[in-house]
Write a protein that binds this ligand. Structure first.
Ligand SMILES: NC(=O)c1ccc[n+]([C@@H]2O[C@H](COP(=O)([O-])OP(=O)(O)OC[C@H]3O[C@@H](n4cnc5c(N)ncnc54)[C@H](O)[C@@H]3O)[C@@H](O)[C@H]2O)c1
Ligand SMILES: N[C@@H](CCO)C(=O)O
Ligand code: NA
Length: 817
């Protein structure tokens, strides 16, 4: 024998009734006898509650609600019943509705709805639904009859939440089933007192009915049929990719439910659990799918954690004071007072100092809780042994659940590490010694982020989203987007989903938290983008509060840099080829780095020196392993390298500068390259990495640009002006060539002294043979003393720079996961 329970959505439409009959027939074919428990049509119980409340308040609107209830049932009959039988079925439902109308009229007249009468009102939902289901099933070749559970389940008179007398109930069940041959369609949720007065079983009622029958009948299984594929790893409304759990232990299922997962109401599990009857959660609309099996077995499951459930809205009460320390009856009085006031406590923690006890409750109980505790502890409050009762609102509880967590070091570390890296503040923590559940209280605004990042770290097998925000979609930014698009599928195979959530240029920005279409980003930004500057972009990014977030600054803008503190403070990592922060004000840079460290996020800027070449990481590797830097020397400008490598007597200097610009090597304003500013910044960045507290003014420079070029108002004017000085550059070149030398723009730092100058070097010099836009950086250190460590290769250009930024984005991801 199996007991099958169908929820409201399973009996709420023509389609679903057909599915139910299919499921029943399937069992019949397999020779498995079944008993069926059903709920009211979906939504009807709430309407009944509403009608009762309106009527008792003397509000005629109850009649409108009643009509809605009537219409739902009539519509079901018209959609599902054979035409010839419709009149008869309508008559029967009509009789139920007339009774209900009479009762509500009475309630309306006397303006009172006792719990006792409320249960009678509610009972109509299940009674009508059972009648419809049974009639429909009989019309489709099954032999069923309605079993009104009020004849079977005996309870006390605690209406609304009655307690079952199991001895009598179980006897009734066994006797009834001994004499019935048809499939029993049992009204869920309702029961009756010994005197035969209608009662209800409280929250989760129909599941409970199924467990009561299943247990009395020693059923081989109880199946709860609903509209989802069983129990999911977490709330699918909050997390995009969740999985259905194949199995749960009873204890896990209870923990999941206690913390809000729409699984099964914990008390309903008890009768089944005592008899070790497995409960399976199935989808009426996907009956082939096995769903979730809840049993005593702890299943094979590859992950430490089974599920992450949450209660989105709780209030946290802090009860503290010097007078409660070590006083044994304080907790007793506290929780007893709450229990007498029927206030449900969701979560408790107590610090070992015993100075305070915190507990979470539903927000609607907050006011009452305060009153109850103030009354109970009024003497202690007036003597200041207990502090004023504090209640914090707008919080959520997130519970991480699973039997595999037991005796498993590292699970909690993972959890708190992920929360920390994502900037989620933990307000309170509880873990029972059963190690089945780690619960944390977080701010409500962080709930979605918390569920997403925990789901990512525990169930990472499928895919992790990296949420990326890009400021600057010029040369580097657009190349980066193209590279990310090209690599998208490959990364997905590695379980990494590149999710570009926001893009911005200097005038507007565009967001799509599901990921901007990379085939179309330009049009989306231009046509659908919001007008606004970087501050607005960062505001919206912060508001989205996504986990695994990275900000990429592909601009050369100081306005963007001004936002770094705020971005890092919101636990969003940064990678950038923009040199302004790392070569800007020293104290500000320190603050930025400290914020990143404090928030456990990254601030990376490898591409600001030598583009994609590993310059800064190499320097850091040397330093971290204890090497001492003696000297750093390099050609650090791709532009200047290209220019002087290509500049031959007879060619025009200004033409070559234009070529460098066209090749994408130059700064947005090429003068930043030619005046040596770009190189000064780079040698400053490296000097600071090497431990020197230096500023840009500490980098001496011998400029090569005539003043008139510097003063030209626009880049075009500059080129015109530069053309006038071609002969000047040719002369410098000729001088060098006369000595068998070439021109190289070299930066050097030794013992905290940095210089940048154009030098003529001969064939003996390691930089002599440079070509293309190559950068070269040589590190002379204690360990690389005679022969320096050299990094060399293209140090500018869209592809290599964007690739370097891309690599840092991935490095940040590796750190986050
Ligand atoms: N080109 C290279 O080879 C190379 C190599 C290493 C580093 N870099 C650095 O990369 C950065 C970008 O260079 P690029 O060549 O792509 O420049 P670009 O001029 O082509 O693009 C700059 C982008 O930034 C946007 N922008 C500017 N100010 C902004 C602001 N305040 N807010 C939002 N967006 C803003 C612009 O609208 C544009 O989309 C620069 O910092 C540059 O120094 C470039
Ligand atoms: N304009 C820069 C880009 C790399 O930072 C260069 O030419 O090297
Ligand atoms: Na680099």
């Amino acid at each position: 024998m199996k007991v099958l329970k169908f929820g409201g959505t399973s009996v709420g439409s023509a389609e679903s009734l057909a599915q139910v009959v299919g499921i029943l027939k399937d069992n019949q074919e397999k020779g498995t006898p079944v008993a069926v428990v059903n709920s009211a049509l979906s939504g009807i119980t709430n309407l009944l509650v509403e009608a009762g409340q309106l009527a008792s308040a003397g509000d005629e609107q109850y009649k409108t609600v009643l009509s809605t209830i009537e219409r739902r049932h009539i519509q079901m009959i018209e959609e599902t019943m054979a035409t010839a039988t419709q009149a008869q079925v309508l008559e029967k439902i009509g009789a139920y509705l007339q009774q209900l109308r009479d009762i509500l009229h009475g309630v309306f007249l006397i303006r009172e709805l006792s719990k006792r009468t409320g249960d009678v009102v509610l009972s109509f939902g299940e009674r009508m639904a059972s009648y419809l289901l049974s009639t429909y099933a009989n019309q489709h070749g099954l032999a069923t009859e309605v079993l009104d559970a009020r004849k079977i389940i005996v309870t006390d008179a605690n209406f609304g939440n009655a307690r079952v007398f199991f001895d009598k109930t179980n006897k009734n069940i066994v006797n009834h089933f001994a004499s019935s041959s048809k499939i029993q369609i049992i009204t869920g949720f309702i029961a009756a007192t010994e005197e035969g007065v209608t009662s209800t079983l409280g929250r989760g009622g129909s599941d409970y009915t199924a467990a009561i029958f299943g247990s009395a009948l020693n059923a081989e299984k109880i199946e709860i049929w609903t509209d989802v594929d069983g129990v999911m790893t977490t709330d699918p409304r909050q997390v995009k990719k969740t999985y259905s759990l194949a199995s749960l232990s009873y204890a896990e299922a209870m923990e999941m439910s206690h913390f809000g997962a729409k699984v099964i109401y914990p008390p309903t599990i008890a009768p089944a659990m005592i008899k070790n009857i497995p409960i399976s959660i199935r989808n009426t609309f996907n009956p082939e799918f096995e769903g979730t099996l809840i049993s005593s077995q702890s299943s094979n499951w590859d992950f430490d954690v089974k599920g992450i459930s949450s209660i989105s809205e709780v209030s946290l009460v802090n009860f503290q004071g010097s007078g409660i320390m070590g006083v044994p009856n304080v907790p007793y009085r506290l929780f007893n007072a709450l229990s007498e006031a029927e206030i449900n406590v969701i979560f408790i923690t107590q610090a070992s100092s015993e100075r305070s006890i915190s507990f979470a409750i539903s927000p609607e109980d907050a006011q009452r809780t305060k009153q109850v505790l103030e009354a109970e502890f009024s003497p202690e409050l007036s003597l200041h042994k207990v502090d004023a009762i504090e209640i914090r609102h707008d919080l959520s509880v997130v519970a991480t659940i699973g039997e595999n967590m037991r005796h498993q070091p590292g699970v909690a570390a993972k959890l708190f590490g992920a929360l920390g890296r994502n900037g989620i503040n933990v307000v309170s923590i509880a873990q029972g010694t059963s190690e089945l559940n780690i619960s944390v209280v977080v701010e409500k605004k962080d709930l979605g982020k918390t569920l997403n990042c925990l789901h990512d770290i525990y169930f990472l097998s499928d895919e992790t989203r990296l949420n990326i925000f890009i400021a600057g979609v010029g040369l580097i930014g657009s190349t980066l987007l193209a590279q990310m698009k090209a690599q998208y599928e490959n990364l997905l195979k590695e379980h990494l989903k590149i999710n570009i959530v926001g893009i911005a240029n200097s005038k507007q920005f565009y967001f799509d938290s599901e990921g901007i279409d990379l085939d179309n980003w330009k049009a989306l930004l231009l046509e659908k983008g919001t007008k606004g500057n970087i501050d607005g972009f960062v505001d919206q990014m912060v508001d989205l509060n996504l986990s695994n977030a990275v900000f990429v600054d592909n601009t050369s803008s100081q306005l963007v840099v001004e936002n770094y503190q705020r971005i890092l403070n919101n636990s969003i990592s940064i990678t950038t080829p923009n040199k302004l922060a790392s070569s800007g004000d020293f104290m500000k840079l320190q603050e930025i780095k400290q914020t990143a460290m404090r928030r456990g996020v990254k601030f990376f800027y490898e591409t600001s020196v030598g583009a994609g070449l590993p310059v800064i990481t190499t320097l850091n590797d040397l330093l971290n392993s204890g090497d001492k830097i003696q000297r750093i020397e390099g050609v650090l400008s791709g532009t200047l390298s290209y220019i002087f490598n290509s500049f031959k007597v007879g060619t025009s200097f200004s033409e070559i500068v234009k070529q460098a610009q066209a090749a994408g090597f130059t700064e947005p304003d090429p003068r930043d390259d030619l005046n040596g500013m770009d190189v000064r910044r780079k040698i400053l960045i490296l000097s600071r990495e090497a431990g020197y507290q230096m500023d840009i003014s500490d980098v001496a420079i011998e400029g090569i640009l005539p003043d008139s070029c510097m003063q030209a108002p626009t880049v075009d004017d500059f080129f015109t002006e530069l053309g006038k000085h071609d002969h000047h550059f040719e002369n410098i070149l000729k001088e060098a060539e006369a000595d068998g030398k070439v021109l190289r723009f070299i930066a050097c730092m030794e013992k905290g002294k940095a210089t940048v100058s154009l030098k003529a070097v001969g064939p003996e010099h390691p930089f002599f043979s440079l070509s293309g836009s190559d950068n070269i950086i040589s590190f002379t250190t204690s360990r690389y003393l005679e022969r320096p460590l050299v990094v060399k290769g293209p140090g500018a250009g869209a592809e290599v720079t964007a690739a370097g930024v891309f690599a840092e984005v991935i490095r940040i991801f590796n750190h986050l996961s």
